[in-house]
Design a protein around this ligand. Structure first.
Ligand code: PLP
Length: 375
């Protein structure tokens, strides 16, 4: 896509998958076909990403709808739908060679660090971290070997926000070829479009808000540059981490309600954050102002255990962004892979809980928290 789609976000997602071929279905059918008939020999022997369907590892109709819809929403040139958020991260890093450097924020989803360390120890990529404070300090970490700068905002679970525009401008002023990648899982394109702020690549764990129902795993990568799109296409069809048509169909269906869901998550989260500010045993509340993620510190580990063991409407489980409210303790769960001293430095302590506010009535959620907090 070269031109910006002028339709509203709500219209783009409502129309996703409404195709105008075959029996003219309003909802796109799920294509359970591993391969596709070649129209002629020429198509069969063309190896470019725009040749049409051949084999579903390479391209598939339901996946294509998801990829085109996300590319439109994020205002990029091409989207890739893969098997999980981690597969999306792997895809972005697939362009690295031995000796290349990767600089990341030090406050990311825990799995990122596990994968970045793997790439460092197995492939000889040099991995550096930035504390997210001064952009000048980030620039000091760059050199002629730097290929990717990796950001996440708001950060998980401590909700620190970054100025993508300022960071991307500083990195590109140093070297315009450095890829600035942003994990947009927490805000989604409904609240934040990193590519329009100067980033080069945006990724999502589609398992979270994009999927929105705690029923699929998925990952999305959207890029701005055609050459990068070609490199990523070659990698993903080679390793075969692509999203299945069934999951892509579920994801398309979910995207149609993304604007409605995000508005409700945010309205409920605001109300709950306000309740938590003055609730007993709550020492501090972290809410970034949009979407439905809230982290909060309790005054003792005993209280943490009590809350996790006694919530009833809210479920003690390790994910986010779905219709069902989930609560987790990042120190032991999502961030177990981060070094213990780094967790403490970032504020990820044994007294910090992370709540994903779902789509239940916010007053029921508040009543549940109130009883769990022993009030
Ligand atoms: C969950 C998550 C991931 C990893 O995604 P999976 O779908 O679990 O592989 C990456 N980034 C963020 C911010 C996440 O919350």
């Amino acid at each position: 896509m070269t031109e910006k789609d002028k339709r509203a976000f709500e219209t783009i997602v409502a129309e996703a998958g409404s195709i105008k071929d075959g029996a003219n279905p309003v909802s796109q059918p799920i294509y359970l076909s591993a391969c596709y008939r070649h129209p002629d020999l020429r198509q069969a022997i063309t190896f470019d990403r725009l040749r049409g369907y051949t084999y579903s590892r390479v391209e598939a109709p339901n996946r294509k709808v998801v990829e085109e819809t996300l590319a439109t929403l994020e205002e990029g040139c091409q989207g890739f739908a893969v098997a999980s958020g981690m597969a999306a991260i792997q895809l972005v890093l697939s362009i690295l060679h031995t000796g290349d450097e990767l600089v990341s924020l030090d406050d990311l989803y825990g799995g990122d660090f596990r994968y970045f360390r793997h790439v460092e120890s197995h492939y000889g990529v040099i991995f550096k971290q930035w504390d997210g404070r001064k952009v000048a300090d980030l620039v000091k970490l760059l050199n002629e070997k730097t290929r990717i700068v990796w950001l996440e905002t708001p950060s998980n679970p401590t909700m620190k926000k970054l100025d993508i525009q300022q960071i991307a401008a500083a990195v590109h002023a140093y070297n315009k070829d450095i890829i600035v990648a942003v994990d947009n899982t927490f805000y989604t394109p409904y609240y934040q479009k990193p590519l329009t702020e100067g980033a080069d690549v945006v990724i999502h764990s589609a398992t979270k808000y994009l999927g929105g129902h705690n029923d699929i795993l998925g990952g999305i990568v959207v890029v701005k540059d055609e050459k990068l799109a070609d490199d990523y296409f070659q990698f993903t069809i080679t390793v075969g981490d692509t999203m299945s048509n069934f999951d892509a169909w579920l994801l398309t269906r979910s995207l149609k309600t993304l604007p409605l869901r995000m508005k409700q998550h945010a309205a409920s989260a605001k109300k709950i954050a306000k309740f938590l500010e003055t609730a007993p045993h709550v020492e501090k509340v972290l809410y970034p102002g949009k979407a439905g993620m809230i982290s909060f510190y309790l005054d003792s580990e005993a209280e943490v255990e009590r809350v996790l063991n006694s919530v009833k409407v809210i479920t003690f489980a390790e994910s986010l962004g779905g219709a069902e409210s989930l609560i987790t303790i990042p120190y032991y769960q999502t961030h177990d892979d981060v070094e213990a001293d780094q967790r403490v430095r970032l504020g990820i302590t044994t007294k910090l809980l992370r709540l994903s506010v779902g789509l239940e009535d916010p007053d029921d959620l508040i009543a549940d928290l109130r009883q769990a907090l022993g009030d």
